[in-house]
Design a binder for this molecule. Structure first.
Ligand SMILES: [Zn+2]
Length: 281
């Protein structure tokens, strides 16, 4: 009889451990904030926001059920035509690390709809050589419209394009270009869902048309922190990122291609070097 109880307790303990090893469900309390919940579960806010596909980080409410992975990172749903190599590039990581994180081997096949987990520590460990560049690429994609005068793709009128458009499939991860503090995260007219980050020396960056946002205002981010996912919210003709580098205390824009490194070679980066989070109490 006692043996039976002991075995029963063992089974219960084992199941709880297994459950906690993957994803826990949490019901939001009236006094909860995202940062409190993140602290409670020892994960980044980005992990919670991304996993729950929350469009607006200000919109969490009492009684809401949040799913919280036990490890920091994001999920990616494989699309038709994706390869492991392409997904690795998208997350600025290596094929072997991506395979390892998902218990796959080089001969494994992936299929549309499959969920891959990209742990935080393997994201953005590769970057384009940036010896003289203060900013890093926010997204792996194709430049679809440059900074400067152009015929607007929606209005058909001549207008000044204040940023760089980088096209990539909906759901591709968007990373912070430099360390800083999030000053805007939400809907902003033609930008759609937009994140703005303030950096040192009066520089700001903006990330527009996101499908959802993974950060909140006031949050510190590093170069390579995930900010959200590519979408086509606001005024857009297809999924892409509108990326702006602003200067003079946010009053003017400049050509991002003048500040970004050449995209010729991907190199290993020292993750979080030059982090603003360094320091003591
Ligand atoms: Zn644009």
């Amino acid at each position: 009889m006692k043996k039976g109880i002991a075995f029963f307790l063992f089974v219960i303990t084992f199941s709880i451990t297994m459950f906690a090893d993957s994803i826990v469900e949490y019901k939001v309390l009236s006094c909860d904030t995202l940062s409190l919940i993140a602290r409670k579960f020892d994960v980044y806010m980005e992990t919670i926001l991304d996993y729950n596909n929350i469009d607006d980080p200000n919109m969490i409410y009492e009684g809401q059920i949040l799913k919280i992975p036990s490890e920091d990172g994001v999920f990616y749903t494989v699309k038709e035509g994706d390869t492991i190599g392409y997904i690795a590039n998208m997350f600025f990581t290596t094929i072997s690390l991506l395979l390892g994180a998902n218990n796959l081997v080089p001969s494994s096949t992936i299929y549309a709809g499959q969920e891959l987990f990209i742990p935080e520590e393997i994201m953005y460990i590769l970057e384009y050589s940036s010896a003289n560049s203060a900013f890093k690429w926010p997204l792996c994609g194709v430049i679809s419209s440059k900074y400067g005068w152009r015929i607007h793709p929606v209005t058909g009128e001549k207008s000044f394009h204040e940023g760089l458009d980088i096209a990539a499939p909906e759901g591709s991860p968007v990373f912070s270009s430099k360390n800083g503090i999030v000053t805007f995260a939400g809907e902003n007219g033609g930008y759609g869902f937009m994140v703005e980050v303030r950096h040192s020396n009066g520089f700001y960056t903006r990330y527009g048309h996101l499908s959802h946002i993974d950060v909140t205002v006031g949050q510190m981010v590093n170069a390579g922190s995930i900010l959200g996912r590519v979408g086509e919210t606001g005024v857009a003709t297809g999924p892409h990122l509108h990326f702006e580098i602003r200067c003079n205390g946010n009053s003017a824009t400049l050509n991002p291609l003048e500040k970004l490194p050449s995209r010729a070679v991907l190199v290993y980066s020292e993750k979080y070097s030059g982090s603003m989070n360094a320091g003591g109490e």
